[in-house]
Structures are given as structure tokens and as C-alpha cells.
Design a protein around this ligand. Sequence first.
Ligand code: PMP
Length: 443
Amino acid sequence: YSPERKGYAPIRQDYEDFYTRRMFYRIHDCWNRPICSAPDSHIDVMERTAVSGQKPLTLTGRVRRCLNLGSYNYLGFAASDEYCTPRVQDAMNSYGWAMCSSRLDAGTTPVHLELEAAVADFVGKEAALTFGMGFATNSIVLPALVGKGGLIISDSLNHASIVAGSRGSGAKVKVFAHNDVEHLELVLWRAIAEGQPRTRRPWKKILIVVEGVYSMEGESAKLAAIVAVKKKYKAYLYLDEAHSIGALGKGGRGVCEAQGVDPADVDIMMGTFTKSFGSCGGYIAGDRDLIAYLRSVAPGHYYATSMAPPAAQQIIAALQVVSGQDGTDRGSRKIAALHENSNYFRRRLLDMGCNVLGDWDSPVMPLMLFNPGKIAATSRLCWERGVALVVVGFPATPLLTARARICISASHTRKDLDYALEVLSEACDLVMTKYNASKTMLS
Ligand code: PMP
């Protein structure tokens, strides 16, 4: 058997060990349409087109009514909302859709300033700066914070935007095993002992970068222990709260609130508005001096077009609902519903014998498929039964840890969740490996 004979892309050198090579060929032997390495082989499984909004029940792919288990619409703000939508419409009428200018030129409106004040207040920091895109926030800000002669210590499962920002910074990047605080300390200790390459000078700055909730694992950073390490070695801590802001903690204030960590102990708080707040863009929150510094040095602030005012208004309104400033308890009810839905779904999947990653309260629920050959079959089977599922495999995950990444929303009803569980149970019987079977496969 030769992959070249069938026209597949060659296997990357670093995956060429005996075990993965054999596994890779066996997977390809089982499925006549390979998933892993042929660039055009996943057409009907990924990149399906959603044709209605982010309501839990939406239309995807070749027009089939589906229950949406794939969007990050954690608090249900992405569909129209009785409080947010009229305010977004007002912003649209006042400012139009786009500013067509950078923040430093003609792109700053009162809405942008109000948003930055609201974000800083919500996360418990002195000031905040917003950007038009979450990915760009990491990839722009990390190089502005640390450069040549600096050291970034990054969790091995950090998001691609963090990897892009770290690589682009020119700093030395060292990676520690995912969420392993002992290994973090070891890597940090060794790097400090060795100093900068060749010159052995001390590092100009050390930045530890972690996520609040890991987007492919569904688990939270061990923040209190990480804070203790950063204090011990006088490093700075950068926390990406893309999946935890709005979703974790009783008041939705993220992983600090959920774990009882003082926000003052996190030097740089980053987050996105594309999940819990149903909008677009990202933020950095921190001390007043830090934000003033970033305003003047982060090129994405003064060279990129500012966020659309209606998008900014959507976030302000969502923050008002979440923090009860709309005069109702709708925000806290949404957060409670998100936790209740997430814990119910996780409990039921575990009871079904499925192997699910992540922590309680986390709306991100990776359901392990392991064998990448199951990716297409699982997705297709669920889709045929009206459940839109996001399936992820190599190279986004290691070769043998393919998974379905389920995202739960406060706006899923119990009926929605029970239906999804019914479909997933059927999928488990037909294509997924349940816990014991998967352990046998891997042993
Ligand atoms: N950080 C993390 C941890 C993410 O998961 C993502 C994307 N899901 C981003 C940053 C980029 O955010 P956006 O999609 O808003 O650009």
C-alpha cells in the first residue's frame, strides 16, 4: 500500500514514527475518502453553509433543519435579543454600519469608548482596548508586549492566534505540557537558569500565556496555581478568556470569578466578543498604563479599521444584560441556564458511557471519537438526523484524538438537548467507540 499511489499528500516527517505510520495507513485502508491529509476530501463534512441566524434551530448545509450544537453562542445573544437588537438598530441609524477608518483617525465613536469602559469594569481592570477581530487581538498584542530578548512560556494547547502572535513577536517561545503547572514551573526555572541563547543574559521580560477555557479540551486553566508560579518567578501572566468570559462564574466574569482568583493577579486579560456576547472583535484589559502603551504601539489599533459601531453596541447591550444593568435578572438566568444545560448534557453523555473531556460548567464538550476515520461518518450520521455537529481531527488535534466538539448554549431547551442526546446515542452505537472499546483500541 502506498499513499502516493492513491494521490494523497505525503505524510509530514514529524509524524513518521512506526506507530502513527501504521495507524495512518490502516485508517486510510478503512475509508475510501481520506480525512487527514488530502486537502479536498472533507467537502461535505466541514465548511457547511449556515443559512439562518444563530438560533439553536437553524438551517445548515444542503438545507436541512438542524439543531445547532456547534456555535459558540453560549448565552444565546447571537440571535435577535429583546434588549440588544433595538439598541443595535439605533447604533446603525446613528453611526451607520462601518467607520471605514482606524481608531486613531476617524474611527472612534462614543460607542467604542463606552464599550472599553464597560469591558474594563466587567473584568475588574482599570482600562481596556478593543480590536475588530479576536484572532488579530492575540496576534497583534503579543508582539507589542514582548520581543527579542524576551521569553514566552505557552501552554501546548494554546490557540493558533496565540501561536501566531508568539511567533511574530521575535521572543523565544517555550512550551509546557497542557495545564501541567509543575511542568510550567520546570520550563520556567530552566529557562531562567539558562538565560538568553548564546549571551546567557537574563530575559528582558517573561510572559506566561494560558487560556481560561481551552477550546478543544473544554477544561479551565489551573489559574490559582499558575498565578503562584508567575509571582514566584516575577513573570507576567496573559490570560485568553475567549471561551470563559460570559460563560464561567456566577456573574459570567470568567475564570477568575469561577476559581476565586483576584483579577489583579492576571496582568493582561484578553477575550473575544464572538462567543458569549454574540458579536465580533476582541479586547485587552489591564492597568491604565499598559492600555495607554498598547494604544500607542499596537499597529492593529492605529492601522486597522475600527469595529463596526452596531457590533460594539451589541456587546455593550449584552454586557448590560449579563451584569443586570438592564434592570432584570435575565443575565443571571442566562448564565444559570448555561451551567445547568452544560452539566445536564455532560452528565447524560457520561452516563451513556461516552468519553467526554472538560470541566463541569464548561459549555465546551469534546466528545472523543479517537479514530479519525469516524469523523466523516459521525458528522454525516448526526446531520442526517438533524443535528449539526462540529467534528475536529488531525492536524487540529493529534492524529488519534479526533473528536466532536459540542458547544452548549443557554438557549438550548431541555427538549433540544434530549433530542441531541438521542441522536448521539445512536451515533455512539453505530460509529463511535464507547469508553471501554476505545481504551482497547488504544492499548
Ligand atoms: N482565542 C481563542 C482561545 C479562541 O478559541 C479563538 C477562536 N475561537 C480566538 C482567540 C479567536 O477569536 P475570534 O474567533 O473572535 O477571532
